[in-house]
Design a binder for this molecule. Sequence first.
Ligand SMILES: C[S@@+](CC[C@H](N)C(=O)[O-])C[C@H]1O[C@@H](n2cnc3c(N)ncnc32)[C@H](O)[C@@H]1O
Length: 402
Amino acid sequence: MDPVSEQYETFPYPERNPKDETRRLVTGSPSAPREIDHFLFGGARDWRQPFRVLAAGGGTGDGTIQIAQLLADAGCPAEITWLDPSRAARDIAEQRAALRGLDIRFVTGPLEEAPALGQFDYIDCCGVLHHLDRPQEGFDALARALAPEGGMGLMVYAPYGRTGVYALQSAFGRLLGGDAPSAKPALARRVLEALPEANWFRHNRFVSDHRVSDAGLYDLLLHARDVPFSVSDLGAALETAGLGLVSMLEPARYDPLRYLPDDPALASRVAALAPLERMALAEELAGDIRLHVAYVTHAARAGSVLAKVTPAAVPRLVGLPARALAETVARRGAITIDYAGVKHVVRLPGAAARLIALVDGRPLSEIARAAGLDWFAFAQAWAPVHAGLTGFNKLNYSRTFG
Ligand SMILES: C[S@@+](CC[C@H](N)C(=O)[O-])C[C@H]1O[C@@H](n2cnc3c(N)ncnc32)[C@H](O)[C@@H]1O
């Protein structure tokens, strides 16, 4: 059996107990419907219309269950297909769906066969493409399965934020390569405890899956096939497949000016780079980007689908209660966003606080009216809120999903 298939039969990923569905919904990126609306449908999709979803490499079902449940809650007539070669993962995902009463089509097979299943308005492919023997064939197959006006949410591993991971994967391959998958985690944990101080993995605080479960440890350090994508690698794979990047989930993390001294000479060099090169530079400078979450469409549409600041746009704060955020902005003129200790300061003028306080599901036109501003004055005042918060995925636009 192929070692990757053997791994996911032994350790279906992520480790989930179907019974937990009765007490919580696992949510995350990509594939939160609010994000799909914001990044791929201008924040304005009519969700009463049918929507065909493919979870390619759906695993034990996190993304599949999230989207199926939230679309059902919104009354969207969605058709959801889960596709993955792992029977063990399917068993868990099916139990999760059954416990929630969700209607999902389950197909056991590789994503390279996705085009035979039809055309999809949205494809989720999270944590899969970097494990394929021939990743480009995966990108190409997904592009063929994507409806002309559809979009995808992809997650692929990134090299620099996973510094130390690949040396250990190689070491464990030499040391434990012949063992049965079920025997490896215990031995690997003993090796990890004794790693010398200088080993780079010990210094990498951005990876933690090995602490969560054996499936997490296996996925991070014992994987038989794991080839990360730099920004440049991802850009090249998308281009070959005829796809285009709409946006990374947190575009501000891909702005090299965040990591450079404030110097006009450096800024003009950055300005001279092509957009993808700029992002590649940011990734190389930042050091903490351990995965890329990317929203993509067919190449010709990539520049036109992202939500924009319009009177009808409905802003949604993500994980930030409006009142508390408005108070912080009024007091400090900035907020700090923290990724495992890496802090990004987002400056927001104190005057924006009263606009932020009005974010409660109403459109921007009504926020402007309530603030006593005409559209032109409002758009100027809102611009730093839009740039600062969408930059870190703290603000999406969606008429339907809060
Ligand atoms: C790391 S898990 C990710 C699961 C899920 N997408 C998530 O994020 O929770 C990788 C999944 O990819 C699946 N996989 C491996 N090769 C595949 C292929 N050729 N086509 C589709 N899925 C594949 C594995 O069986 C496994 O369930």
